[in-house]
Design a protein around this ligand. Sequence first.
Ligand code: NAD
Ligand code: UGA
Length: 467
Amino acid sequence: MRISVIGAGYVGLVTAVGLSSLGHLVICADKNEERINRLRRGIIPFRENGLDEKLQHHLDQSNISFTHDTGIAVRGSNVLIIAVGTPQAPDGNADLSYLWQAVDEIASNTMEKKTIIVKSTVPPGTCDQIEQSLVSRKIDSLILDVVHNPEFLRQGSAVNDFFNPDRIIIGCKNENSPSLLQNMYFGLQSPFLVYDRSTAELIKYASNAFLALKISFINMLSDLSEKLGADIEQISEGIGMDKRIGSAFLKAGIGYGGSCFPKDIRAMQHFAAIHHIPMPLLYAVEEINAQRPELIVEACKQHFGSLRKRRILLLGLAFKPFTDDIRESPALAVSSLLLEQGVELHAYDPWVQHFPVQNVSCFQDPYQAIEGCEAVVLLTDWPQFRQLNWERICRKIKNGLIFDGRNQFTTNEIMPLINRHAIKYRSIGRPNLGKTAIVQQFNEETLFMLPEENDFTNSGLLKKAAL
Ligand code: NAD
Ligand code: UGA
């Protein structure tokens, strides 16, 4: 098939490259001329595992091409996928201006029959509105259908998610659209669910809201767990093994971020309010999440008293590992709150070199970044942070504080280290360690060794196996 994708961001580019891999001829259009020029040379505008190799392969095969002229893309294919951004508008609703620009371009370049597939996340009713607008422009006879095909990929594993979807959702009106999309996705093993358009549009928002709800639930519980001296990691394991609950998205931490959960929850609040349907849960999810960064300021104040002129290292700036995306990253709120307290901030992230908050000094080397610091705050669960030389880091921050905002370490593995260096270790939803903890005897020269990733010695799993 010949397919055009409008928008070369995370979703558009992954979709374009993925569809090329499935054997289609793809034209990808983006308004951003510089982005297009770089893509033509195989340079992708963000970091996404495995995407550059696949893009280069399909550029070499000439089954993907790029243009900044959306008209060329529209005229070049009969299947048009809209994957432009739908960011948050000032009133909280989804800003659909990019989407309407794309629809305008389609309307003014359509001379033969086309199917429009909206992949952008859009409030329920949007595909119906697109159809009405095409009727008013008198080109509806050329548009076979306006289909909603929501995207569920995660940044950091987007390529894998494209090829291994849990489900493909189609919201359509024309009875031929399901087979068109089945052909488009031919080769993928996935349940294929066909609904009306508003149902498909709402499924996308409901999915993101439910995942965020799970995170806020476990985060809310983690505060109680910490007070009770219980362990939230074990609680997650214990409740997650109930198949009705499931273990995914029960990792407690300093909160969710990213380009989608925050804005999609606000958009959902907004369109539900328009329909006078109260959504109190969604407000609670957001409020719990908004409070998470304050935990760090409180912990630092408790440890140091005044924070003025204290130097603190932030480990991780991206909203999650394996992306360089900092949109709505918890690191933004944490750094602003700490700077308000007069803290000097150093930061290290393996993939993020530029951070828009003034007075945060970014380093390319974590050991340079730790110089002069008295505390380390782990914000992103990059696996390589576990492999840093923590003996060396702890020598630098002697008597200081480690705030593990993603529970990267088990309490057993961190205990010897913090005892040896008289360091306070705070994490999420687990007993506080350090100073008051039982001091054990260790050789100063012994290097801090972490167990292998799959060592479950400290978890309930092994205890259960032993039984
Ligand atoms: P993005 O901001 O990374 O990319 C959007 C691209 O569209 C930009 O390159 C922009 O220049 C381009 N664009 C805007 N208007 C255009 C127009 N009229 N013609 C051509 N190009 C245009 O956005 P994204 O993260 O890829 O998200 C796209 C949509 O997919 C959003 O609705 C988002 O909610 C949804 N979504 C995103 C993800 C994700 O992980 N990022 C996952 C699922 C769904
Ligand atoms: C999320 C959804 O997982 C995708 O299905 C969806 O397509 C996408 O949003 C979207 O609509 O844009 P993404 O934002 O890439 O994907 O990242 P997630 O892996 O969902 O993580 C989001 C945030 O939640 C991160 O800050 C992460 O650290 C946090 N998180 C995740 C937790 O705090 N705990 C968890 O257990 C899981």
